[in-house]
Design a protein around this ligand. Sequence first.
Ligand code: ARG
Length: 473
Amino acid sequence: MAQLWGGRFTKETDQLVYNFNASISFDQKFYKQDIEGSMAHVCMLGRQGILTQEEMQAIVKTLGEIQKDVEEGRLVITDAYEDIHSFVEAVLIERLGDTGKKLHTGRSRNDQVALDMRLYTRLELLYTDVLLKELLKVLLRIMEEHVDTIMPGFTHLQKAQPVTLAHHMGAYFEMFKRDRLRLCDIYRRMNYCPLGAGALAGTTYPLDREYTAKLLGFYGPTLNSMDSVSDRDYLIEFLSALSTIMMHLSRFSEEIILWNSNEYRFVEIDDAYSTGSSIMPQKKNPDIAELARGKTGRVYGALVSLLTTMKGIPLAYNKDMQEDKELTFDAMDTVKGCLALFTGMLDTMTFCREAMEKSAAHGFTNATDAADYLVNHGVPFRDAHGIVGRLVLYCIDKGAAIDELSLEELRSISPVFKEDIFEAVSLKTCVDKRLTLGAPGREAMEQVIAMEREYLAEEWQNEEAKNFVKFAE
Ligand code: ARG
């Protein structure tokens, strides 16, 4: 048991209490951020004359060595320490003696952990964004290749109107694009530095909080020391954004599972991204999509868990907040894993144009267009709707599609139908006439694809977002 406190205690901590209280098994995940934060703190202490230049240099140098030793396996983080903060400080003191004991001047573990978690989350947010961008690139490629691949569009999971694969993929493009914007937004709100808040009420040392904030790539320091040590809003926002990403991935997974089934056969998942059955030799299962759908619950769980943890905590820091870590780390890793694998699966998937077009050709996806034809020839829409309803009934009875009937049969239902009805209800016409912005018609689709291409090429839309990516590099 090694801890940073003990002066006012007359008894040893009970071993079970120690174990229950310790966080090193999971907070060692941000040892780099802990060291980075300490370096910035010490540089500021030196600049303010709170430490001498020699002390500052010695501490920064040794912290760098500690980091390198951990990275290269010469120094192992053990659970003999309560948390990562204690571990780093103890090793520093071991190596530097009394100078090392000055590291924690003007700082508390409360502002320290608030900083570490913020630095770690900021980086995770950037990784997630990079993965989202990779997914968008694959989606755009599929959109470019499938502007003419006709498939049924569904409502209520019933065939509704013909669309294209490009259009269907475009819907997911919009969702993941919004997910990126959400991350950028969160970044803007969270990128303020809590260091210098002390335990809760600031410190009596002349700290330069602006300076540490700048060193660590923040826009500036936070403005209330009690809020600084007890704010976990940014984690809740991030978990909410991660949950939304998972909700999108899960909907997409559900469609791919359906499309990959024998009943649809719209897609074939690459062998490298499918699994088999131990008993049924014919099986090729969409496990990646199923896992992405399944893991969504776990990420939602982290969000609800943290919201619940935070709801009754009085100001300022309370130990409950230590519970912010494990579930959040798990959610971050889960989403990164799902995004990377889903993108690989999508990138290697085969789309079966024929099956999609065949499916669109059966199921009366052109019924609305048949009604529109009548409207264009002077029939009021409500009457046209009724006529085409009867036409569909006739077709079902005959086991034929609308465009498989003869002109005589069509005219027996409405004399308004002329030879050009066949052209009007061909799937290609049905799709290509849908030219409002955002619709699947070729011209409209190409206009949107050009905009999305520009969006991906432009990289970042504004100045703030540019800093955001600079930090990731
Ligand atoms: N392990 C703690 C956490 O994660 C660090 C802060 C400890 N502060 C304290 N006052 N005990 O929240």
